[in-house]
Design a protein around this ligand. Structure first.
Ligand SMILES: Nc1ncnc2c1ncn2[C@@H]1O[C@H](COP(=O)(O)OP(=O)(O)OP(=O)(O)O)[C@@H](O)[C@H]1O
Ligand SMILES: [Mg+2]
Length: 342
């Protein structure tokens, strides 16, 4: 019986999961699409458990109550922190939570394709298998950018650049399942921008009180590269009073800090192919991930790569679900020999 036949019978729920550093999402064959921030928190003691009334909290809920929780962000830099039992438990909770959100019918088996950052596929594969065995019957772990490419039907002569929180993942598609050398991961991504912005602001406004979380929100609201009209002011407390702060220059510098590494890696990866393919790939570059929302980034990349001939860069429409949609599509299409039975 093929995968599609068993799905028709309804005894299997196929799910695609994008396990991200900052956000994780699920797309399921019953039509659900859900996401959560990749934070897990366990109440610190019985008082906090009593107050919170839950054994585990996720995402924004966990962040809000962080003072009473043991908080874990298990995928920092795209790798399940090895040797730390807590982070494997956290991954397990995230996947369990996502599958709950997808509302499988009772008794339905789960066949899951899980997307993880490209470079860490090997390390993460084992950890993910341990994390999902309890509730998944059949598993396939793929690289995130491959899942994105698959969701867009970009299977030949294309380059996907997935700018996430912990990592930026590159994947060249040339008509086969991408091998290790078709993929590359660098750390110039969202978290890096946040670190830069935090230190620029701390330097400019030493007496103002703000934290990393606020800085990430400033970035998400204002992010841009190159030029953009208008002021950028945010409210930050100084000596207990809210004061408006100009952050435009700092946002620009922080966002632009990831550009050199992205341009360099893009050029490097394309240069490995012969000239005929280089032209095709350069005309089919796709940006995905939350970082693709930075204003002016697509145009900047396209212009810098044009120096060496024609080039076309586009962005995915739905950066939050492109990975999990692709993973679901893979789940529905993959012949059974690729699956691992758990
Ligand atoms: N409008 C925006 N401008 C700039 N950055 C943004 C914007 N919206 C979200 N981001 C950033 O995108 C990142 C999250 O993107 P995404 O969900 O693709 O990452 P992830 O999949 O969790 O991470 P990774 O792929 O590294 O595991 C965060 O750093 C977030 O701050
Ligand atoms: Mg991602």
């Amino acid at each position: 019986m093929s995968q599609a036949d068993s799905q028709k019978k309804g005894d299997i729920l196929f799910v695609g999961i994008d396990l991200g550093t900052s956000r994780s999402s699920i797309s399921a064959s019953n039509g659900t699409r859900e996401w959560t921030e990749s934070f897990v928190g366990w109440p610190k003691d019985f008082i906090s458990q009593k107050i919170l009334g839950k054994a585990v909290l996720f995402g924004a809920d966990a962040l809000e109550h962080r003072l009473s929780l043991d908080l874990c962000r298990p995928l920092e830099h795209g790798v399940i922190k090895e040797g730390i039992e807590k982070s494997e438990d956290a991954v397990k909770e995230i996947i369990r939570h996502l599958i709950d959100l997808a509302k499988p019918a009772s008794g339905q088996k789960i066949h899951a394709v899980v997307g993880v950052p490209a470079d860490t596929l090997k390390v993460n594969k084992l950890a993910i298998r341990r994390a999902v065995t309890e509730f998944v019957q059949s598993l396939l772990v793929v690289s995130e950018p491959f899942a994105v490419a698959y969701s867009l039907d970009l299977l030949n002569n294309a380059l996907v650049i997935d700018i996430g929180a912990g990592t930026t993942d590159f994947c060249i598609m040339h008509g086969t399942i991408p091998s290790e050398e078709d993929q590359k991961t660098i750390l110039a991504a969202g978290d890096y921008i946040d670190d830069q912005l935090y230190s620029y602001l701390a330097e400019k406004y030493p007496n103002s009180r703000f934290n990393k979380n606020m800085v990430r929100q400033f970035k998400e609201e204002f992010s841009f590269v190159r030029e953009i009209p208008g002021d950028m002011q945010v409210e930050i407390p100084v000596g207990g009073k809210p004061v408006m702060h100009d952050i435009k220059n700092e946002v620009k510098r922080a966002c632009e800090s990831i550009l050199p590494a992205i341009v360099e890696t893009t050029t490097e990866m394309i240069a490995r192919f012969d000239p005929e393919f280089q032209i095709k790939i350069k005309n089919n570059i796709v940006l995905a991930g939350g970082g693709s929302l930075i204003r002016g980034l697509r145009e900047y990349l396209q212009d810098s790569l044009k120096e060496y001939g024609p080039c076309r860069v586009t962005s995915v429409e739905d950066p939050l679900f492109a990975g999990s949609d692709g993973a679901l599509k893979l789940a529905l299409d993959m012949p059974s020999k690729y699956w691992e039975q758990l």
